[in-house]
Ligand binder design. Structure first.
Ligand code: HAM
Length: 423
């Protein structure tokens, strides 16, 4: 019986990896020019890290995390996101001693056992950044504008940036009481999930997608009214900086996000063009997290975005025509095969030309079909007759024009630099 991949986890084929590599290169360059350095952390961490960072009562930890006891008795987990590992590494390796502000970026797989659907996988790739060390709103503006500019630069349409401030831990606590008070008169109209959240994590009710609950949530008191003077000023300044950078945004006081670690600024970027899973990216401040994990009290902010959703938004997830190869070598007979191997080697390693040859020992016709299918620009034909005469035939596939050249100098016809010099 054949074995298929796990539900919600997908193979990426070369027509996709080609596009992915291009976007990845662009992202590496983008982050580097902003002064962020790449961090690569393990795929597996102690489960406790995520319990403590993301929160025991969040869906991500409670329902979706892949975790298990290993042979040594440790409880491990596949990372559901990359902020917690980045922060763990920051504390473990005393990065605060190196720079006042540590700027990290990452790109790699994350795992959540969610219900798979379009734009939602159980293994997905995240790229993102963490700026650790500054509490000031200009840092928020840099992070948010970077998240936005990537999509804008790549031409993603219908971008919608939503921002909010959830204040400090104390403000969140104060607001929770106000929210619960408001919701107490609507408790009968809430869904089972929201009722459960009412006692454990009431802010998450604001995130509910249920249509029936929307009218209740719409009328809920705004967390922005619970902010203290410092928090208000901080949020005002974030907005002022974004205005100056010409980054369009809307404020939504219900944007609390699904991870517990956020303080002050939260934000999300969405686009209607990718279906119901419309969040391209999410992020925010987490000023208490590092201290909570045993580090010094260092403020931080970051974001992460899903690669698959970005590729969908760019329409780069569809099957496209095979990319061109420069040369395909068609051969018949042992001597011709030996020569094919040698010519491949020379063209690839001396001239950097993309060349392939036949490995099926198929008929001339079937090899020609392969050359066409691979979109070859030229074919080199080495039949027994040609080998006897120590020549090869170069055929231009588009026009069908062909000519003979001496076998031992055949590679020179593909040496663009030399041809240019000769002219
Ligand atoms: P998040 O909102 O959970 O935030 O995830 C960030 C992005 O990852 C989402 O906006 C979405 O594009 C993508 N994503 C999440 N889950 C899936 C999934 N199942 N399938 C496909 N894509 C998905 C975080 O992970 C935080 N660590 C972000 C952050 C960084 N906050 C501060 N620093």
């Amino acid at each position: 019986m054949k074995i298929n991949s796990i539900k919600g986890m997908h193979d990426l084929f070369s027509f996709q990896t080609q596009n992915w590599k291009q976007i990845e290169n662009l992202l590496h360059n983008f982050f580097e020019i902003h002064g962020y350095g790449e961090i690569r952390t393990p795929m597996i961490e102690k489960a406790e890290l995520f319990n403590r960072v993301i929160g025991d009562e969040t869906d991500i930890v409670n329902k979706e995390m892949y975790s298990w006891k290993d042979q040594g008795g440790d409880i491990l987990a596949l990372r559901p996101e990359l902020t917690a590992p980045s922060v763990r590494s920051y504390i473990e390796h005393n990065m605060d001693k190196l720079n006042k502000v540590t700027k990290l970026y990452y790109l790699g797989p994350a795992f959540r056992r969610e219900r798979p659907q379009k734009g939602r996988q159980r293994q997905f790739y995240q790229y993102g950044i963490e700026a650790i060390g500054s509490e000031h709103p200009e840092q928020d503006a840099e992070v948010i504008s970077m998240a936005y500019n990537i999509f804008n630069m790549l031409g993603v349409e219908n971008l919608e940036l939503v921002i909010n401030s959830v204040g400090s831990k104390e403000t969140k606590k104060k607001y929770s009481t106000i929210l619960k008070e408001y919701l107490s008169s609507h408790i009968g109209d809430l869904s089972d999930i929201s009722r459960e959240r009412y006692s454990k994590n009431p802010l998450r009710i604001l995130d509910s997608k249920s249509k029936e609950e929307q009218s209740i949530i719409k009328e809920a008191p705004s967390i922005l009214e619970s902010l203290n003077d410092y928090e208000k000023k901080h949020f005002d300044q974030v907005q002022r900086f974004l205005d100056k950078l010409n980054i369009p945004y809307t404020i939504d006081h219900r944007l609390v996000r699904g991870l517990d670690y956020y303080t002050l600024t939260t934000f999300e970027i969405r686009t209607q063009s990718i279906g119901s899973q419309d969040a391209l990216c999410g992020g925010g401040r987490y000023n208490n997290l590092i201290e909570q994990l045993g580090g010094k009290p260092v403020p931080a902010i970051g974001f992460a975005a899903g690669m698959e959703r970005l590729m969908m938004a760019l329409n780069l997830d569809k099957q496209t025509k095979a990319s061109k190869i420069d040369v395909f070598i068609i051969s018949a007979g042992d001597d011709a095969i030996t020569n094919s191997l040698k010519i491949c080697d020379t063209l690839r390693n001396q001239l950097g030309i993309k060349v392939m040859m036949d490995f099926t020992r198929g008929s001339f016709k079937s090899q020609m079909r392969q050359a066409n299918k691979l979109n070859a620009e030229y074919a080199i034909i080495l039949g027994e007759e040609e080998i006897k005469r120590k020549v090869g035939v170069i055929k231009t596939m588009s026009s069908g024009d062909q000519f003979e050249v001496p076998l031992d100098t055949i590679h020179k016809h593909f040496d663009v630099e030399r041809v240019k010099d000769d002219q």
